[in-house]
Design a protein around this ligand. Structure first.
Ligand SMILES: Nc1ncnc2c1ncn2[C@@H]1O[C@H](COP(=O)(O)OP(=O)(O)OP(=O)(O)O)[C@@H](O)[C@H]1O
Ligand SMILES: [Mg+2]
Length: 282
């Protein structure tokens, strides 16, 4: 049964690259479906399409070859003519949501991205940043959780993610310059809130992703310094920091390549996932 107050929409964002946004989005989306039995939609709005590749695996190539609808068509607002239909048509949930796991009742679905996504947008006169929010409001109210994986740079796509989201999750790696993106993100979010007074968007928390530390090295003084800086900066912004950290795991890059053979430190990720699901209330 759908949530009476609609889906919880979370965008995973950090204006710094390579901090684990796509990895965390993919793992949380899967876990919400497999363990919490939630109806989940993952959305890839990054033209790098890492989330799409992680969730679709070998099917991603088939999807590209078939020219199936993607996030590009969501932004365009219609389904273009094809060999099977020589006119443009309207775009619904079933056209664009690829089912990763599950059935009609409860599933993990994905709106995939395509590498030509940004070209498509820059060619259009002025893409409407509210298109994604409107599409989700019209087509996906039966979902419990919607997770949006963002690109690391601010663009109309980031604004589209904000318009569609009630919550923001900020992954960060405890490394030199870890918080370099925090002031940019804070500014970007307050600027958005100033321009959209009716919209409440909140940072649900910062999650520390130990993507660099392994082989018995827990990071040493550099990591402790970075952790202190992350906590200080987060406190300054009024952002919660999740108490469970995400461990380094060789299993995560494998999973992102579609190899499920090794679960590594998965249990530690699941502890964070539980904390996250409890905090957002699903
Ligand atoms: N906890 C981790 N342990 C091991 N490897 C990790 C971990 N987190 C992320 N990685 C690896 O680090 C790389 C970057 O992760 P990911 O693609 O998720 O980051 P991102 O923030 O989405 O990057 P981008 O800014 O390019 O979108 C990937 O190769 C991923 O597999
Ligand atoms: Mg990414």
């Amino acid at each position: 049964m759908a949530r009476p107050d609609g889906p919880i929409v979370v965008c995973v964002i950090n204006l710094k690259g390579g901090v684990g946004k796509s990895t965390i989005a993919a793992l949380l989306a899967r876990r919400a479906y497999t363990q919490r039995r939630k109806n989940v939609l993952a959305i890839d709005i990054d033209p790098q399409a890492n989330l799409s590749q992680a969730l679709m695996r070998s099917q991603y190539t088939t999807f590209l070859n078939n020219k199936d609808p993607s996030i590009v068509e969501v932004f365009a607002g219609y389904r273009p003519p094809a060999a099977s239909r020589r006119s443009a048509s309207s775009l619904g949930a079933s056209d664009v949501a690829y089912t990763v796991l599950g059935d009609d009742e409860i599933s993990l679905q994905l709106i995939p991205s395509r590498f030509d996504f940004s070209d498509n947008l820059t060619q259009s006169v002025r893409p409407d940043p509210k298109v994604l929010a409107k599409f989700l409001a019209a087509e996906f109210q039966d979902k419990d959780l919607i997770i949006i994986d963002c690109a690391p740079t601010e663009s109309v796509l980031t604004h589209a993610a904000y318009h569609a989201s009630g919550l923001v999750l900020v992954p960060v790696k405890p490394e030199y310059f870890a918080t370099i993106g925090f002031p940019l993100l804070r500014e970007s979010l307050s600027d958005f809130s100033r321009r959209n007074r009716g919209h409440t968007i909140e940072v649900t928390g910062v999650v520390i992703n130990n993507g660099f530390y392994h082989g018995g090295n827990n990071g040493g003084p550099e990591k402790s310094r970075a952790l202190r800086e992350i906590r200080d900066e987060a406190t300054k912004n009024g952002w919660h920091v999740f108490s469970r950290e995400i461990p380094f795991s060789r299993g995560f890059p494998k999973l992102m390549r579609g190899d499920n053979s090794y679960s590594g430190n998965a249990d530690m990720f699941y502890q964070f996932a539980n904390e996250f699901f409890d905090r957002i209330g699903i």
